[in-house]
Design a protein around this ligand. Structure first.
Ligand SMILES: O=P(O)(O)OC[C@H]1O[C@H](OP(=O)(O)OP(=O)(O)O)[C@H](O)[C@@H]1O
Ligand SMILES: O=c1[nH]c(=O)c2nc[nH]c2[nH]1
Length: 193
């Protein structure tokens, strides 16, 4: 997605710990034209798989996920990181490591909104180590739903998440790919794959 690649070139910043800051377009401020194009691009890519649900993780996955769900006309469910009193039991749960806040986080999805018969495409903002998507895929498997594919806005190729998720045997589609980044060489970003 060329507009996203251009925006990352213009606004992306490298932070310590191999973190790419794209708060101006993905993780804090959202740009409607870019978010809409993300949704349209993911929807075009995954429509042939005929999903009946988009699943993501709060908080930064919500925007591209709802943009995709709106184009496909299907519900979007997001895993919560704190279990609210409104969430009915049983809930599916897993743990992941938050890359931007540190520490282990619990993920919760209610069985009210995910279960056998669901055909799921997962949309998230970042594919880095793949740990968060692995946790979510585990919850989807336990629920009895079928995982059809994974879409991520930004892939950090140098963290090899794609290779680590290969055993899930689902297509992974990303919109921008960070091949490498370093203070010396800057951010090498190309179209997703
Ligand atoms: O592939 P991984 O190494 O697991 O990294 C990707 C995950 O890291 C971020 O979550 P984080 O909790 O940092 O942020 P968020 O609250 O902004 O969604 C991002 O939203 C992905 O879910
Ligand atoms: O804002 C972010 N920047 C990153 O580099 C990253 N990696 C995983 N999750 C991330 N979120």
């Amino acid at each position: 997605m060329q507009a996203l690649v251009d925006a990352i070139r213009q606004q992306g910043e490298i932070l310590p710990g191999g973190i790419l800051k794209v708060d101006g377009l993905v993780n804090h401020q959202l740009l409607p034209h870019l978010t809409r194009e993300m949704g349209e691009t993911f929807a075009r890519h995954f429509a042939p798989l005929n999903p009946n649900k988009i699943v993501t993780i709060e908080v930064s996955g919500i925007a591209p996920a709802i943009a995709t769900a709106m184009v496909l006309g299907v519900p979007m469910v997001y895993a919560r990181k704190k279990k609210p009193v409104t969430m009915k039991e049983p809930a599916f749960t897993a743990q992941s490591v938050s890359r931007t806040k540190g520490g282990v986080v619990d993920l919760y999805v209610s069985s009210e909104f995910l279960g056998a018969g669901d055909r799921v495409v997962v949309i998230d903002d970042f594919l880095a180590s793949g740990g968060t998507l692995r946790a979510l895929a585990g919850m989807i498997a336990v629920s009895g739903a079928q995982l059809l594919g994974i879409g991520c806005v930004v892939e950090k190729q140098f963290e090899s998440g794609r290779e680590k998720l290969a055993d899930l045997n689902v297509p992974i589609h990303t919109l921008a790919n960070i091949v490498r980044m370093s203070e010396a060489a800057g951010i090498e970003v190309e179209a997703g794959r």
